[in-house]
Design a protein around this ligand. Structure first.
Ligand SMILES: Cc1ncc(COP(=O)(O)O)c(C=O)c1O
Length: 386
C-alpha cells in the first residue's frame, strides 16, 4: 500500500466491533444466547410481509419511509415528521455522530456503554469521553461532571447493555436539564419495549429541544437479521440527519416488514411477558447457584463471577455444553458473562450447566469411589437440577 493512501486520522485506532459468537466448533445445535435476540423470532405478520415483498424486488424502495414512519407514529403516538429510519439504530447513532461531532468535539458515554458509541465517535474524528458508572448503573452526576464546552453528544442506553440496569425518568430529566446548551442527549431505547409502561424517552424527546431517542426492530421485534432502527426527536435535528442519510438506506423488504411488525403489538406484549417471567426465573436460578446479577430490565442477565478466571472458565464450560453466551471484557466487565434470556428450555439448560460448573468448581472432599481425576463432568453433582 503506498504511504500516501491512508485513512482519516484516528480511524486506525478504532477497535473492530466483535459481535456475539454464533457457533461452537464441532457443534451444529448450539444455543445462541450471546446477541440478545428474541428467542421467539418475528411475528407471523412480519414474516408474511417479508414473503409478500419478494414481488417488488425489482423496484427501488420509497426514499422517505413514509409508510413506516406513519405506522410508528400511530403506534407510539408520535409525529411521523420527527421520525427517521435507519439500518438498525446503529445507523442513527452514526448519523448523530457524523452530523454533530467532529475533530475537537467530545462525545460522552458511560464506562459500560454500548460499543458503537465509541466507534461512531471515533469515525467522526471526535473524542470519546468515558464516564464511570456507580455499581453498573449510570451515574448522572458523573455524566454531568464530564460535560463541558466541547461536549456535543451524550449517549445513555436505558436500559443499558450489557448491564441491564436503568435509571428513572427524574434522573434522565435532570441530565437533560443539566447539559451544556450545545449538547444533545441521546436516549438509546434498544431495550425499551422490555419495560412495561416505559416510553423509551419519547416524551422527553417530544418536549425538549436537546433530546433524541433511538429505537430498534432487532430486539423484541425479532428482526435483528433485517437491520432496521429509528430515531425520534426535535424536527431540526431529524432534518439534519436526513441530509446525510442515503436515499435508499432501507430496502422495500425492510420497510414493509418493520411496518407489519410495529402494527402487531400483541406479539410484542407476548414476548415481553415471556421475557419478564423467564428472566426472573433465570436470575433466581443463577443466584441459588451462587451467581449473582443486578436486577435486569432487558432481555439478558449480566451474571457476575468471582473474577475473570472464573468467568472465562464458565464460558468455556458452557461452550462445551453447546451454550454460547457473551464475554463482556470489552465492556470492562471481565468477571461477567452476559446471558440472553432464551426460551424456557434454553433458560433451564443454561441454569443447569452453570449449576454443574459451580458444583465442579467447589473444593470437594477426596472421592471415595476412585473416580478418575479430571473425568468427564457430564452428569456431575447437580445433574438433573434446574
Ligand atoms: C444499547 C444498544 N443500542 C443499539 C443497538 C443497535 O441495535 P441495532 O443496530 O440492531 O438496531 C444495540 C444492539 O445490540 C444495543 O445493545
Amino acid at each position: 500500500m503506498p504511504d500516501q493512501i491512508r485513512p482519516q486520522p484516528g480511524i486506525l485506532d478504532i477497535a473492530l466491533y466483535e459481535g456475539g459468537a454464533g457457533h461452537v466448533a464441532g457443534l451444529s445445535d448450539a444455543i445462541k444466547l450471546s446477541s440478545n435476540e428474541n428467542p421467539f423470532g418475528a411475528s407471523e405478520k412480519a414474516k408474511d410481509a417479508f414473503l409478500r415483498s419478494v414481488h417488488k424486488l425489482h423496484r427501488y424502495p420509497n426514499t422517505d419511509h413514509s409508510g413506516l414512519r406513519q405506522a410508528i407514529g400511530e403506534v407510539h403516538g408520535l409525529d411521523p415528521a420527527r421520525i427517521i429510519c435507519g439500518v438498525g439504530s446503529d445507523e442513527i447513532i452514526h448519523f448523530l455522530c457524523q452530523a454533530y461531532a467532529g475533530p475537537g468535539d467530545e462525545v460522552v458515554f458511560t464506562e459500560h456503554g454500548f460499543l458503537m458509541y465509541r466507534i461512531s465517535t471515533m469515525a467522526a474524528g471526535a473524542t470519546p469521553v468515558e464516564v464511570r458508572e456507580r455499581e453498573r448503573v449510570t451515574d448522572v452526576d458523573a455524566v454531568l461532571a464530564a460535560c463541558g464546552p466541547r461536549t456535543r453528544l451524550v449517549f445513555i442506553a436505558n436500559p443499558n447493555n450489557p448491564t441491564g440496569t436503568m435509571i428513572g425518568l427524574s434522573e434522565i430529566e435532570r441530565l437533560a436539564d443539566g447539559l451544556p446548551p450545545q449538547a444533545i442527549l441521546v436516549l438509546d431505547g434498544a431495550y425499551a419495549e422490555y419495560v412495561a409502561g416505559y416510553d423509551g424517552g419519547a416524551w422527553l424527546a417530544t418536549t425538549r429541544p436537546n433530546v433524541v431517542m433511538t429505537r430498534t426492530f432487532s430486539k423484541i421485534y425479532g428482526l435483528g437479521g433485517l437491520r432496521i432502527g429509528w430515531g425520534y426527536g426535535p424536527k431540526p435535528i431529524i432534518d439534519v440527519m436526513n441530509r446525510i442519510r442515503g436515499p435508499f438506506n432501507l430496502s422495500t423488504t425492510q420497510l414493509e416488514v418493520a411496518e407489519a411488525a410495529v402494527r402487531d403489538q400483541d406479539w410484542v406484549d407476548r414476548c415481553r411477558a415471556d421475557n419478564t417471567r423467564l428472566r426472573a426465573w433465570l436470575a433466581e436460578a443463577l443466584a441459588e447457584k451462587g451467581v449473582p446479577s443486578d436486577t435486569s430490565t432487558a432481555n439478558f442477565i449480566l451474571a457476575r463471577f468471582a473474577d475473570e478466571v472464573e468467568a472465562a472458565a464458565c464460558d468455556t464450560w458452557l461452550q462445551s455444553q453447546g451454550l454460547i453466551v457473551r464475554r463482556v471484557t470489552g465492556y470492562k466487565l471481565p468477571n461477567c458473562l452476559r446471558i440472553t434470556v432464551g426460551d424456557e428450555a434454553s433458560c433451564r439448560r443454561v441454569a443447569h450447566a452453570i449449576g454443574q460448573f459451580k458444583a465442579l468448581a467447589k473444593p470437594r472432599p477426596e472421592p471415595e469411589t476412585g473416580l478418575p481425576e479430571g473425568g468427564t463432568v457430564q452428569g456431575g453433582a447437580e445433574s438433573g437440577a434446574a
